[in-house]
Design a protein around this ligand. Structure first.
Ligand SMILES: [Zn+2]
Length: 147
């Protein structure tokens, strides 16, 4: 199970909604199963590809992300991204490949088929299989209870 504060969860959803109809994404950082930080990244696919459901990272971005989270006493826990036209947040084969290449575990997907009522799911990628995880949204002032 993952735990995320309402503030971080709302920031992720807002980032995905604002990037619509392009895909948005960013890294999730924290301790154990507690998400304590997010690192939105610039989507290069926006510049290079015509497809909207495409995400590309700048070279060196991953190294920057690791050192950013380390500086804040966190680890990289995973990556979130949006599926702008999907009804349900299901990882694509490409998502799974990319995730494995980057040695990431948690994959959060926000589907934006209905822009106001977004649906989010989080998976752990185990081998080639996405295994859906529970996620608990806590109030910002509850975070100390989970540290
Ligand atoms: Zn995807």
């Amino acid at each position: 199970m993952y735990i995320i504060t309402r503030k971080h969860f709302e920031t992720i959803v807002k980032h995905c909604q604002e990037a619509y109809p392009s895909e948005a994404g960013g890294f999730l950082g924290g301790r154990d199963n507690l998400i304590l930080g997010i690192y939105p990244v610039f989507n290069l696919a926006f510049l290079h590809f015509s497809e909207k459901e495409e995400f590309a990272l700048a070279d060196g971005e991953i190294i920057k992300v690791h050192s950013y989270f380390e500086k804040h006493n966190m680890k990289v826990m995973g990556f979130y991204h949006s599926h702008p036209s999907a009804s349900f947040p299901i990882p694509s084969e490409k998502d799974i490949m990319t995730h494995k290449l980057k040695h990431l575990k948690g994959m959060m997907i926000v589907s934006l088929y209905d822009l106001k009522n977004t649906i989010m799911a989080i998976y752990n990628i185990e081998g080639n299989t996405p295994v859906e995880q529970d996620i608990k949204i806590i109030e910002d002032n509850e975070v100390n209870k989970y540290l």
